[in-house]
Design a protein around this ligand. Structure first.
Ligand SMILES: *Cc1c(COP(=O)(O)O)cnc(C)c1O
Length: 387
């Protein structure tokens, strides 16, 4: 067998294990109503929690930004591809989350995979929740620091690992809201451990920014914690409805990240038009209590209306409301049955989630209606008896 044959055999193995992924081509913008191959579907699969991705005011801001700033940055930030509007965005982001300074990245994946190697290297140690996002895992691997992955939310295990470590530089890394479970990390307790063991604490708030805390300032603002040890990552393609990410923290820490983060330094800057749109998005987030209230109401409605016995709605107070099914094939069958009923909810399988915990990942947005949520809950209740 040559290498191509080996690769084809492995693709067939993915099919056999129900792990082959496909993409759908949506004919409509990101919103609860999707159109796939001419069919209308009600979608519960985006991270557009506040319904901003197709907000006309943001599309207008993006067009205005493009008219003002053109289409591209032309170079990396530290050469000549950095613009006033991006400087304004960073200042606005820092003030919004309550930190001294912010650094704007093209994507959350780049922020996470770059910031970790800027903080720790060979001979150092990273301590990470087992369910952290893949971009954080890749950042650990790139750093060459020794990796200590603790069971999900298990602070006793984390403490044992910290006690045993003699590494000169230590970094604790966690998602604030876990992307496939919707639950929250105990941020104050993690910071207390970081203080006790002289470690950095990196919190990835991809799913909390815009949704949690006063005015949507995020999970860290909600927890009411602050420290020079704390580096917060937020992403701007989820609740913010555009694209990009940022790291915030103490000013010298952010200066260090700007000097050392390879995914910041060695890439063309994001189009400045995006920063123009993001400034408009931040204003909508800040004044978006009505959207957040609507979202909270829909989450509550789904939880009260679902009556599942065999499957489990995982405990979560965030817009991520996973229904754990367990078996890959059954999760896929459920997603397919929903699809046939006009409902688009993704089945999430290993390696995205641990083996044996395949699930439907329902995500709610402020753009859904009560009727949308009722339709989903009623269909799931019915399918549990029918599948
Ligand atoms: C989506 C996500 C990222 C990556 O952010 P992008 O801007 O989409 O690259 C990082 N961390 C978590 C927890 C995420 O869910």
């Amino acid at each position: 067998m040559n290498q191509l044959d080996t690769l084809r055999a492995e693709l067939r193995l993915l099919d056999a294990a129900f792990l082959r992924r496909t993409r759908r081509n949506n004919a409509l913008p990101c919103a609860p109503h999707a159109r796939i191959d001419g069919r209308d579907l009600l979608a519960f699969c985006s991270n557009d929690y506040l319904g901003l991705a197709s907000e006309p005011a943001l599309a207008a801001a993006l067009a205005e930004g493009a008219a003002r700033w053109g289409s591209g940055a032309g170079a990396s930030h530290l050469v000549s591809g950095h613009y006033e509007v991006q400087q304004q965005l960073e200042a606005r982001l820092a003030a919004f989350v309550g930190c001294e300074r912010a650094l704007y990245f093209s994507t959350g994946y780049m922020a996470n995979s770059g910031v970790i190697p800027a903080l720790v290297g060979r001979g150092d140690a990273v301590f990470a929740d087992r369910l952290n996002h893949a971009s954080l895992v890749d950042g650990m691997l790139l750093s060459r620091a020794s990796m200590h992955r603790y069971p999900h939310l298990d602070l006793t295990a984390l403490e044992r690992m910290l006690v045993a470590s003699t590494a000169p530089r230590k970094l604790i890394v966690t998602d604030a809201v876990f992307s496939m479970d919707g639950d929250l990390a105990p941020l104050a307790e993690l910071l207390a451990l970081a203080e006790r063991f002289d470690a950095w604490l990196l919190i990835d708030d991809a799913h909390g920014f815009g949704v949690l805390g006063p005015q949507g300032r995020g999970a860290v603002a909600e927890a009411g914690i602050a420290s020079w040890r704390l580096i917060q990552i937020g992403t701007l393609g989820k609740a913010a409805g555009v694209s990009g990410a940022f790291a915030t923290g103490q000013a010298d820490v952010i200066e260090w990240l700007m000097q050392k983060t390879r995914t910041y330094i060695f890439t063309t800057g994001a189009p400045p038009a995006l920063a123009h749109a993001l400034l408009a998005s931040l204003a909508l987030i800040e004044h978006g209590d009505d959207r957040r209230e609507r979202l909270a109401h829909l989450i509550d409605r789904l939880q009260t209306r679902l009556r599942l016995q065999r499957w489990t709605l995982l405990p979560s107070r965030t817009p991520i409301q996973p229904v754990q099914v367990g078996d890959n094939a059954e999760a896929l069958a459920l997603a397919r049955a929903l699809w046939n009923d006009g409902l688009w909810v993704p089945a999430i399988r290993p390696p995205t989630v641990p083996v044996g915990t395949a699930r439907l990942r329902i995500s709610l947005t402020a753009a859904h209606t009560e009727a949308d949520v009722d339709r989903l809950a009623d269909t799931l209740n019915r399918l549990e008896g029918a599948l």
